[in-house]
Ligand binder design. Structure first.
Ligand code: AMP
Length: 482
């Protein structure tokens, strides 16, 4: 099987768009899925976002749809022929943008509808007629009920990130949407895992599907340095700030398990002087897109996110990822830290092991990544014995510097070289006005987390591994390593 796009006999408008995007060779999911989807068969694909999955399904669908391409401007001549369903607004937006690029030189129209935005502009677009509709389930149902979207001519449906849609609880919505579609159609289902629930969904809605699996990224990149620190919930913020400073980290993703925790943490880090923004499901669509843009442009240093909000976002090469909370699902750990250390660059993944359930979750991660995890203690600089600080102060003076002696101990090795004198830094950032809600110590809450940990907790294998994990207290281990 060739893996070059030029041997795929794509229609000229699609080939042109692909060439313009700089794609030359197909990714493994594309090499496997495109020829199958071109035949019109149903597909059950195990692939994550980031593998080139969007092109894997949209290019062959567009190619098939081109056979009945219509240049007429009449809305009636542009019925919805392909429906792509995704769990989150960001993913829907991202996939829709990619499809627009692939379809750029065709007469096929595409649109995206998701919640959190005014219905009216979406309605206007739908009324003009679109062949490819990308949507999140809830908002699509609103449009179906308002008779803005008519789905009786759909030929292709893609259930993308199907595992996540089930995790979020979209099954009833999916069932309702699928009931509006013609029985005669091609159905493609993509999921990170083939859990029993996914298999049941596929059994109900796919006909004789071809199963395609690309290597599951359950191995973490060797370029990512993975550190696990035992930290109480109250000390996590302090630990995060210290590590950011010590490592000279310029940008990082900070993952939390709940929407509430996400908002609180972002607010308190912001108050403590770190340029932070939050990405979670309760933010308006506009706020979320703005947060992403600011992070991409480098205007924001820390992006605090939940898994649902961050899943599949096309942000790569972040220098560091913090697991402020250990994810409930070990595979989310792999997704989270996959955002750093890409393409050979070195990355840092720091996980805070705090709550009583965490040992079991760490055991699940250990099992998945097939690596022994050592849990270290964090030594906080303010807790360090005086002698060490004095030593630092002496070293600082000997280097002829002025300023904060703690920088000698804090800074990464390379930045301990003499530098420009600067004003002493206050020991702590100026006290921010108190906010009785957000000033509370961070408490993890499982409000919006995907409750998949119950399944993991039942695994006897994970229990036996967790029994082997003894949090290893290494005083000053952190500094030895830095
Ligand atoms: P996806 O998994 O579809 O979200 O794609 C992830 C990223 O890979 C997107 O930025 C795509 O533009 C890019 N991409 C997809 N296929 C290819 C390819 N064959 N060659 C290079 N980049 C690709």
């Amino acid at each position: 099987m060739t893996s070059s796009f030029s041997n795929l006999s794509l229609a000229e408008p699609l080939a042109r768009a692909v060439a313009e995007m700089g794609y030359e060779t197909m990714t493994p999911i594309q090499a496997q899925a495109i020829p199958v989807v071109l035949t019109g068969k149903d597909v059950m694909g195990a692939a994550q976002t980031g593998t080139g999955k969007t092109a894997a399904f949209s290019l062959p669908l567009l190619q098939r749809m081109l056979k009945h391409e219509n240049s007429s401007t009449s809305p009636a001549r542009h019925p919805v022929r392909a429906l792509v369903l995704l769990p989150t607004r960001e993913l829907a937006d991202q996939v829709a943008q990619q499809i627009k690029l692939y379809a750029k030189y065709t007469n096929l129209r595409s649109a995206v509808v998701f919640g959190g935005m005014d219905m009216k502009p979406q309605t206007l677009e739908l009324k003009k007629g679109v062949e490819v509709l990308v949507a999140t389930p809830g908002r699509l149902l609103d449009h179906i009920e308002a008779k803005n979207a008519v789905l009786n001519q759909v030929e292709y449906v893609v259930l993308d990130e199907a595992d996540r849609m089930l995790d979020i609880g979209f099954l009833p919505d999916l069932q309702r949407i699928l009931s509006y579609l013609p029985k005669q159609r091609t159905t493609l289902l993509f999921s990170a895992t083939f859990s029993p629930e996914i298999k049941r969904l596929a059994g109900s809605y796919l006909q004789d599907p071809v199963t395609i699996e690309v290597a599951r990224p359950n191995e973490t990149a060797s370029t990512v340095e993975q550190r696990f620190y035992s930290v109480s919930d109250d000390d996590k913020r302090r630990a995060l700030k210290q590590i950011v400073r010590q490592r000279g980290i310029t940008q990082a993703f900070v993952f939390v398990n709940s929407k509430l925790g996400c908002a609180r943490l972002a607010r308190s880090l912001e108050r403590e002087g770190m340029k932070t923004t939050a990405l979670h499901g309760d933010k308006s669509q506009d706020e979320r897109l703005k947060a992403l843009e600011a992070f991409k442009k480098g205007e924001v240093d820390l992006l605090v996110a939940t898994d649902v909000a961050a899943r599949g976002l096309d942000i790569k090469d972040v220098p560091a990822v913090f697991n402020f909370d250990i994810p409930f699902n070990a595979e989310d750990y792999v997704h989270r830290i996959g955002r750093t250390g890409r393409a050979g660059a070195s990355g840092l993944a720091v996980s805070f092991v705090g709550g009583s359930n965490d040992a079991r979750l760490v055991a699940d991660i250990e099992k998945l990544i097939k690596k022994k995890i050592e849990i270290e203690a964090v030594e906080f600089e303010e807790d360090r014995p005086r002698g060490r600080i004095n030593d630092g102060r002496r070293a600082w003076r000997e280097a002829g510097e002025v300023g904060d002696p703690r920088d000698v101990l804090d800074a990464p090795r390379e930045s301990r070289e003499p530098r420009e004198p600067r004003a002493p830094r206050p020991l702590r950032p100026a006290a921010a006005p108190r906010d009785p809600f957000f000033d509370q110590p961070y408490q993890a809450s499982a409000n919006d987390a995907a409750p998949s940990w119950e399944a993991t907790a039942k695994s006897p294998a994970s229990r036996s591994i967790s029994a082997n994990i003894k949090p290893k207290r290494k005083v000053a281990a952190l500094f030895k390593a830095l």
